[in-house]
Design a protein around this ligand. Structure first.
Ligand SMILES: [Zn+2]
Length: 395
């Protein structure tokens, strides 16, 4: 079955699955779950694939990974075929190897490894491959959570097999300044929206933001800017829009993000009657491959659980006992757990093969050795949570 595991990872990489185009890879993962003997496999309305192994009890652990990938970028930057799934020097190469179709296949196999012992499980093991994470972290995951109501969620994003108990969140903040168009040969007849923006940006960057010893600092960083009309030959621009990436710490709300910027805008308005601006959170929509459109405000909260939470220490010691050297750590990027942990407060852990730095790069790869360990790790985590008596005996 081990050869099947690695070859199924390769097959998943060979099926392109950019956000909104996950149909074929979802169908493939469904066949893998069926082949391995999951009790129930289905595809939901937004196109997530959800497989269940039935235990003896009412609790449920959800292992979740996203099926979508970012694009390949410039093919010329790749030495390996991004959709080749080629093995070289103990690595599988291709888009979605590290981020994160291979980890998802490891979850499917790791869960299936428990099927012979499923009578001992005090609940169900569920594995879900979700859509559109690269567009909206956690929005499609929400559909799975609604349906399966898990007691614990394990996300498989790359953690170098560490046990991650938190991450910063993110918000996409849009600031628009307004002006008045005029011919630029006669600028005093208009109000230049760019000049208003140029006053606003340094004040936004100078805002004092909170810090967290474990997760790092909250951040606000300008990521784009455009004036209207663009290009603006001989025209004083009537508006100017800038986007900011705001990285969030636990507890920060939409209001916490917007209020301080509104305060700066109000202050500048008082100083200058020609100053006019507004701030809001970006909103976006995406059509899933099933035809359903999902959308959200781009606000994905941070989350963090304590190292001493019983579910954390239980899983951590089980991994240690099984020979893993996992430390307690956190993600620096944003993940689907913004929904499960950040919005809903469901206990959540991150455990995955590979490194964050291998996501979204040319010649993305994953180490086969680490993938095999991840498969074992998922089995260990599910048993630790769903076979507590067995663990007690081992202790
Ligand atoms: Zn990812």
């Amino acid at each position: 079955m081990n050869q099947d595991f690695i070859s199924d990872c390769q097959k998943a990489v060979r099926i392109p699955s950019e956000s909104g185009k996950e149909k074929d890879v979802a169908a493939f993962i469904m066949t893998v779950m069926e082949k391995l003997g999951f009790d129930e496999v289905r595809i939901d309305a937004v196109g997530n694939v959800v497989g269940r192994i039935r235990g003896n009890g009412s609790s449920a652990v959800l292992f979740e990974g996203h099926m979508d990938t970012v694009g390949v970028g410039d093919r010329a930057d790749w030495i390996f075929d991004p959709f080749g799934g080629q093995i070289d020097c103990g690595r599988i190469y291709g888009r979605g190897t590290s981020d994160m179709k291979c980890a998802l296949i490891a979850m499917v196999y790791g869960a299936a490894d428990l099927i012979p012992e499923k009578e001992k499980l005090q609940g169900d093991v569920i594995v879900a491959g979700v859509v559109c994470e690269e567009e909206f972290e956690g929005v499609a995951q929400g559909t799975v959570l609604d349906a399966v109501n898990p007691d614990l969620v394990v996300i498989g994003e790359a953690s170098e097999l560490n046990l991650n108990i938190g991450q910063r969140g993110r918000a996409e903040v849009v600031v628009v300044t307004h002006g008045k168009s005029a011919h630029s040969s006669n600028p005093q007849a208009g109000i230049n929206a760019i000049k208003n923006m140029v006053r606003l940006i340094p004040e936004i960057h100078a805002m004092k933001l909170p810090k967290d010893d474990f997760l790092g600092a909250a951040i606000i960083e300008n990521t784009d800017i455009i004036s209207e009309p663009y290009p603006g030959a001989s025209v004083i621009p009537s508006s100017c829009r800038a986007t900011f990436d705001r990285r969030l710490l636990p507890g920060e709300t939409e209001e916490d993000v917007l209020k301080p910027i509104e305060g700066i805008i109000d202050k500048l308005k008082k100083e200058d009657k020609d100053f006019s601006a507004e701030v809001y959170l970006a909103r976006a929509e995406k059509q899933c491959y099933t035809g359903i459109t999902i959308g959200s405000t781009r606000f994905f909260p941070a989350w963090r659980f304590g190292e001493n939470e019983p579910f954390v220490s239980k899983v951590h010691s089980a991994l240690r006992e099984a020979g893993f050297s996992s430390s307690i750590s956190s993600y620096s990027f944003c993940t689907d757990a913004s929904q499960s942990a950040g919005v809903r407060g469901i206990p959540c852990l991150g455990f995955g093969p590979s490194k964050e730095s291998l996501a979204h790069v040319a010649d993305e790869y994953i180490l086969i050795e680490e993938l095999e360990k991840a498969r074992l790790g998922y089995k260990v985590i599910a048993s630790a949570v769903l076979c507590p008596d067995v663990n007690k005996v081992q202790e």
